[in-house]
Design a protein around this ligand. Structure first.
Ligand code: HGY
Ligand code: MN
Ligand code: MN
Length: 414
């Protein structure tokens, strides 16, 4: 490929990362939650970039953006290239967005080259991978796999707004969801490029890695209820302090990887009532994010944890409620897809290391429908879900070249 065309599209990709990085609900940090006004703004930008890359672009009722490269003579199953464009609160600019823009850039270059695929190719921008607003995760990819549980429409955000209300507020019609034929089908292939979000590639001094699979994950909501009272008068033995109990529980949760080193356990969200300095806390609601490479082990860990939390609550005479918000089994990347991605990566760097993803991706959900493959791109200090998340332009350039090669190789050999 003429270097000048790649240079120009690489530079456009870098500009687009900055443009999307500024589409935020907050002035001084990046927060773009599902079904928000900012997602609408971002979706229109992505749609226009897909169109200028030569794709037929549409936005579905959940704000998934789909760029289609139709092929009336397709002889092979469709290839879907996706990533998400929703973010966590106070996010980095690259999580999700880099993969999505890489797909558009790679397709634009293939179109300029006059490449004719043997199959239908879709580039997809997913609307809800982080699940930061409704604690949902994978809304968009579930819908495109024909697997969206309609009860999800009644889930509420922190303001009490349901998914259904949020859709209607953006002029999106919830009734249209069930009428749509699933885009992603059993024999298709799904590929995703994503920043690594961990330190392994940096330690190896390599820009790119091949993902072997994605760890199982579970999101759990815990509610501890005690009794409020006067901070200056209630003696220790009469207190039923929900926060002190939650603190003890959180320290237990933190210890989980001591017995199961591959597990990751995080309490990332906590609400406290009445939340005043001179009253005993009566109620604490917090989340647990639990991960492990194997779902069977994860289930054992979460059951053991539930018992430990119950013991703490009982000892302190508190009520405890535990709700499983979301669970996903681990996913394995397709062996052939892995080998073909590795072949493309080996043309760019001396070797193609394999990595397991501790972070979740839409690929985790899509693996329940069709085979998946993933490419990881090194990020600085392994930092992600952080405003200083950074990927070097040189690594993005390497990823772009490897991704173009991957699409062509997979198109002809998978
Ligand atoms: O939470 C995750 O693993 C991902 O970044 N959505
Ligand atoms: Mn993320
Ligand atoms: Mn992501």
């Amino acid at each position: 490929m003429k270097t000048r065309a790649i240079d120009a599209i690489h530079s456009k990709l870098l500009d687009r990362i900055e443009i999307l990085g500024a589409v935020s609900a907050e002035e001084d940090r990046l927060t773009r939650l599902s079904l928000s006004r900012e997602m609408e703004t971002a979706s229109l930008l992505i749609k226009s970039w897909m169109s200028s890359a030569g794709l037929v672009a549409t936005i579905d009722p959940l704000q998934n953006v789909i760029g289609s490269w139709p092929n009336a003579h397709a002889t092979k199953p469709a290839l879907h290239l996706g990533s998400h464009y929703d973010t966590v609160v106070n996010a980095g600019k690259y999580d999700g967005v880099l993969g999505l823009l890489l797909n558009i850039a790679a397709i634009e270059i293939l179109q300029i080259e006059g490449y004719t695929p043997q199959r239908h190719i879709n580039a997809i921008g997913f609307c809800d991978e982080e699940g930061a607003r409704f604690q949902t995760t994978f809304l968009g990819s579930s819908h495109l796999c024909g697997d969206l549980d309609p009860s999800v429409l009644e889930k509420r955000d922190a303001q009490g707004i349901t998914v259904r209300d949020a859709m209607q507020a953006r002029d999106l019609d919830p009734e249209k969801l069930s009428a749509i034929t699933p885009l992603i089908k059993a024999n298709d292939l799904y590929l995703e490029a994503h920043i690594e979000q961990g330190p392994a590639l940096e330690a190896l001094d390599l820009p790119l890695g091949i993902v072997t699979g994605i760890a199982a994950q579970s999101r759990i909501q815990v509610s501890v209820s005690g009794k409020t009272g006067h901070a200056g008068t209630v003696p220790p033995d009469l207190r039923r302090d929900a926060l002190a109990a939650a603190a003890e529980m959180i320290l237990e949760i933190e210890k989980l990887p001591v017995d199961a080193p591959e597990a990751r356990a995080t309490v990332g969200q906590l609400h406290l009532q009445p939340n005043v300095s001179n009253a005993i806390p009566s109620q604490v609601d917090f989340t647990i994010d639990l991960r492990h490479p194997k779902f069977d082990t994860l289930k054992k860990l979460r059951d053991a944890l539930r018992t430990q939390l119950r013991v703490i609550a009982a000892k302190r005479q508190l009520n405890l409620q535990i709700e499983y918000l979301q669970e996903s089994t681990e996913a394995r990347c397709d062996r052939k897809a892995k080998a073909l991605i590795a072949r493309s990566v080996s043309k760019i760097q001396k070797r193609a290391p394999e990595l397991l993803s501790g972070a979740g991706h839409d690929a985790l959900k899509i693996a329940q429908t069709c085979p998946i493959g993933m490419l990881f791109i090194r990020c600085q200090d392994g930092l992600s879900h952080h405003p200083e998340e950074h990927v070097s332009p040189e690594d993005i350039r390497d990823a772009l070249e490897a991704w173009i090669e991957t699409i062509k190789t997979i198109d002809s050999e998978w």
